[in-house]
Design a protein around this ligand. Sequence first.
Ligand SMILES: [Ca+2]
Ligand SMILES: [Ca+2]
Ligand SMILES: [Zn+2]
Ligand SMILES: [Zn+2]
Length: 174
Amino acid sequence: MDELRRASITYYNTSTSKEKKLARKVFKAMDTDGDGRVGVAEFSNFLSKHGLKRFNQLNFFTQLDKDNNGYLDFDEVLLFYYIVRTRPGCDMCGTLIMGMYYSCVKCFSKAADSCDLCPSCHSLGTFKHRHAEFLDNYALLRKQRPSTSTSEAFGLGMDLGGLLTDIQNGCNQM
Ligand SMILES: [Ca+2]
Ligand SMILES: [Ca+2]
Ligand SMILES: [Zn+2]
Ligand SMILES: [Zn+2]
């Protein structure tokens, strides 16, 4: 969570003023009694109201509440905002995925309708989906990168590309 917390602050600091406004709006919408902090009830009301019930799990509030004072201040809500904007839920078990996940390569390009699986559901291999190829989010990101050579396409860079050639040559000699 600490890594995500740092990422959320960077995300906010480097975002456009429109995006910053939106984050502040979310905070205001949560803080219904206007006391400048968000309590458990305010938080779960907000989730229900906006169809975000999938986030109402795993002691999510407690995890967001870094200083454990029972309320979320703006920075703590910012972490929530960042997670909602950037992290998917598993399409099989519904768990909110904080770490690595797998996405359908074909559906990934249609941003609104991506198909994502948590690592344990992916390893079960029982998920029914009309496309077969799933990649983890790191591999997917590499794949999106425009590239001119095979070694770059795999994100290996020149050194590892050369190493592969050496290995292949070695095999040929055997
Ligand atoms: Ca409040
Ligand atoms: Ca707090
Ligand atoms: Zn899952
Ligand atoms: Zn798909």
